[in-house]
Design a protein around this ligand. Structure first.
Ligand code: NAI
Length: 295
């Protein structure tokens, strides 16, 4: 199997857990900073060494997910190393947080390239193989920043919600080839969220609670989704936060209004909006919806 961005954080735990469950794992990671600056071959190799020391099978790969040719090399390397491929976990990620009015095209593009384009490139590179063997499993990592909302993350939210559409489309297009595609929206104390300030006592207490969201808590669901026991699970969005697992909703009509003669701006104002307003969503952020402490 392939786990992208597996040199640290959540991806490292995916790789360790999958290897412990008996999988041969291609540990992909370019070893970059949270912002996607710089490269280091160390992190991927270190996880491979850990897996091998525990008796597992793994190879390292340091090609970027963010370009079509290098994403193809990731899949080719897994096929060469293991003479097979059953699972792709699209986990690699970076952050370039800015308020929308300050977001530069470069910061937009960099985040879309790693998350959305990267998930497409790696998935697409594996697709002919999955199709010809009539089986395969994709696990994509989304975020409540996209599913619900967050401040200062327009690039990330757009990419992560785009991944949800990508996953559902793969699930639909490849169902007849017995290929499954699901999303996990994790909450985990990784370096990505480790920069929250801890100056006041209140902030310190909050961060202590966030630390209970261990990265290793996400892996059991990914291992399950990758297994035969999940053979009828596809097109779903799960979330995991410490010891809680959520099935997330998918968009469906909430309520409709109808006028036989059609609508004018005036009747929309006097009839449609008053009827629908009760069902409007507030401008919630992820933390307003997941408002209780991690359990
Ligand atoms: P992390 O920063 O520890 O891990 C991301 C890994 O991706 C890093 O090791 C990095 O080197 C690698 N990477 C970055 N660009 C790459 C590229 N072009 N090709 C290959 N590898 C690349 O962060 P974390 O938290 O473990 O994130 C893993 C995934 O989970 C990401 O997709 C992130 O967006 C997502 N996520 C994390 C949440 C959290 O609470 N930590 C919340 C929601 C989503």
């Amino acid at each position: 199997m392939v786990v992208t961005g597996a040199g640290g954080g959540i991806g490292r735990d995916f790789a360790l857990a999958m290897a412990a469950a008996g999988a041969s794992v291609l540990v992909n990671d370019i070893g970059t900073s949270v912002k996607g600056e710089g490269r280091d071959t160390g992190p991927a190799q270190k996880v491979v060494d850990e897996i091998r020391a525990a008796g597992g099978r793994a190879v390292a790969n340091t090609d970027s997910v963010a370009e079509w040719e290098s994403a193809n090399r990731i899949i080719a390397s897994a096929l060469d190393s293991f003479q097979g491929l059953d699972v792709v976990v699209n986990n690699a990620g970076i952050l370039r947080d800015r308020f929308f009015f300050n977001l530069s095209p470069d910061d937009w593009r960099a985040v879309i390239d790693v998350h959305l384009n990267g998930s497409f490139y790696v998935s697409r590179a594996a697709a002919p193989h999955f199709k010809s063997q009539s089986s395969g499993c994709y696990v994509h990592i989304t975020s409540t920043s996209g599913l619900v909302g967050n401040l200062g993350q327009a690039n990330y939210a757009a990419a992560k919600l785009g991944i949800v559409g990508l996953s559902k489309s793969i699930a639909l297009d490849m169902a007849k080839y017995n290929v499954r595609s699901n999303c996990i929206s994790p909450f985990a104390w990784s370096r990505m969220i480790g920069s929250i300030p801890t100056e006041t006592d209140e902030q310190k207490a909050r961060v202590e609670k966030l630390k209970s969201m261990e990265t290793a808590k996400i892996a059991p669901l990914a291992v399950f989704l990758a297994s035969d026991k999940a053979k009828d699970v596809t097109g779903q969005i799960f979330a995991v936060r410490a010891n809680e697992i959520f099935l997330m909703s998918q968009s469906r009509p909430l309520r409709s209004v109808h006028r036989a003669e059609g609508w004018t701006p005036e009747t929309i104002s006097s009839h449609a909006i008053p009827a629908l307003r009760e069902h409007f969503y507030p401008l919630h952020r992820s933390q307003d919806v997941f408002s209780w402490d991690p359990l």
